[in-house]
Design a protein around this ligand. Sequence first.
Ligand SMILES: [Zn+2]
Length: 218
Amino acid sequence: MSLPPAVPVTDSPGGGSGSSASRPAAVPAGPSSALMRQLGIAQLGEEPMLRSTARPFVLPAEAGEARAVVRALHERLVAIRKVHTFTKGTGLAAPQIRIDRRATVVIDPDGQRIELVNPWVVDESPEVDEPKYEGCLSFFDARGRLARPLRITVEHQGYDGSPRVSVFTESVARLVMHEIDHLDGTLYADRMDVTEKLIAASDYRGTGHRWDYGSSGG
Ligand SMILES: [Zn+2]
């Protein structure tokens, strides 16, 4: 689907600058987006890299660069998690900190860190979950509901260039797919059904709860 038309931003909290011309939300930029901008997260409408395909690492030749990018992503996530609680887990892809490379770090709902270098989703289960709300640090004043595969298979690489295959399920599959999408310039709003609309984060009522996958409990 295509994104909803951009709407004029009527206020500019936090003294934010820059155009919001390609913001996908019918949700004006507000305090949450301003906070993420202050924390150095590239904001949609201000950073073309968010809409482009990230450059893979050549491994092992660029192992040092890959380690540095993963470290930068992790450090930024730690900083963000000091000012916002992410009960559902969170993640960050390199283009969101203006690095045009194919790497992402995810912290799952249990606090486990997942680092992925040169990841590609190579298989998706035909089974999808019930549509669930996601947020994105690059347009954090909006939330939107979408279905995702219940299981994904991801090919990625170790720093030595060795091929790796990881399978993620349920909430972790959702988190990982959201971040790998960023490496292809895709946002969750692109995957929303036409019947779904973005809502303002202030109208979202799921904060503080994990996504419900029934059997996963806890
Ligand atoms: Zn995102």
